[in-house]
Write a protein that binds this ligand. Sequence first.
Ligand code: GUN
Ligand code: ZN
Length: 425
Amino acid sequence: MPSYRARLLTPDPDAGSGAVRYLDDALIRTADGRFETVAPYRGEIVDHDLRPSILLPGFIDSHVHLPQTRIVGSASGPLLEWLDQSTFPEEQRFADTAHAAVVSRAFAAALAAAGTTLSFVYTSVHPSAAEQAAQALSERGLRAIVGPVLMDEHSPAPLCLPADRALPALEALAERWHGHDDRIEIAVIPRFALSCSAELMRRAGELARRRGLWVSTHLAENPAECAAAEARFEARDYLSIYEDLGLVHEKSLYAHCIHLSDAAWDRFAEAGAIVAHCPDSNDFLGSGGMPIRAVLDRGIGLTLGTDIAAGRSFRVPTIASRAFDNALRQGHSVSPGTLLWWATRTAALALHRPDLGAVHPGLQADFVLLDVPEWVESADEALAWTFFYADAPPPRGTWVRGERVWDRDAHRAAGGLFPWDEVGR
Ligand code: GUN
Ligand code: ZN
C-alpha cells in the first residue's frame, strides 16, 4: 500500500464545482490503483516524501492529434491553409508503420511528461498507425480514448479511405483494443464535414452507437470552414450537418465550437453533446474566441484540449491559462479553482468518468507532481503557480492507477532532454 507525503491541491468533489482542497502537508495512500487515504499528515512513516512538490490529479486533454507531434509551431494558419500546407503532408507520413511507431512512442512520452493521464487522441487515417498509437499509449501506461480520423473526400488522395475499408478496420481495432487493460477505449472520429462524405459520417455514427463508442469531430472552428461546409451539404447551419447524420448526442465530443448561433447552442445542449475547448489552438490559427458563457449558461459539459499541433503546448495547465484569457476577453473572469476543475474533474465528469479527476478516497489514483517554490503555502498561491507561471518546470512525475508512468529526474539523469529522447533503455 504505497504512501506519499506532499502538498496537495485537488478539486473537492464533495463540495461541488469550483471548490478546491489544499493541504500544506498531506498523507496520500493508494491501494489497488485507487486513492485510499487523503488526509492531513500526522507523523506517519511514508514510502515517498515528495515535499515541497505539490500533488494534483492527473490532467485530462480532451483533444490532441498524435500525427501532429512533429509540426508544433508550423505558422501557416488560418485553418484551411494550415491543413493543406502543414498538416496533411505530415499525416501522409503515417502510411509508414515504422514512422507511426516512432512518433507514437514520442507522443505517449510527451503526454506523460506533461502530466496528462487521460487523453482523447486523433491519429491519422491509416489503420496501422492507429494500432501503433494504441500500443504506445498502452505501453506507457496512460489512459486514452483513441481512434483514426475518418476521411474519404476532398482531401489529398493518400489520406482518403473509403467507408468500406475504414469502418471494418475500425471495428477490428475496437475488437482488439476497446477496454484493453481498463485504460484504452476506441473512438469514432469523422475528421470534419469537409473531409467526409455523408455516407461515411452516417455509417460511422451507426457503428459508434452499436458499439457504445465515443464520437468526436471538429465543429465551427473557422468562418471559411463553416461557409464551405454549409454550402457543400446545403445545410441551414454547421451543427445540422452532424445532427442529420446522427452524430450529436450525449456520447459526442466537439472540438472548437466557436461560430455557432444561440439556437445551435440550444440544440447542442439539448442533445447532451460536450465541448473540447482548445483556446491556444484558437489563438494560433486566429480561429476566434470560444463563447464560454454559451457553454456555462447551458450547463454543457466542458473539457480542455491542447489540440496539438495547432495548439503549442502539451501541458493542460498552459491551455487552462489560455482559457482564462479567452474568457476574460469576453468579460467573464474564471476563478483559478474553476480552472483546476476544468483541467481535471469537470472534464472527467463530462467524459462519463466519475471515478477520475480528483485526489479523493475511492477514485482512481491518477496523479501528477509539480514543483512550486518553497514559500507557497495557500490554495491561491498553489493555483497561481500551477496555472499562470509560464516559466514553470515540467512536472516531476506522473502516475496512472498508482503506477509511475513518468519520472522527470530519472529521465534527465539518463541524459534525456525532450520527453521522447530514448535514453536509459
Ligand atoms: N479541422 C479538421 N482537421 C483539423 C485538425 O487537424 N486540426 C484542427 N485544429 N482543426 C481541424
Ligand atoms: Zn483538432
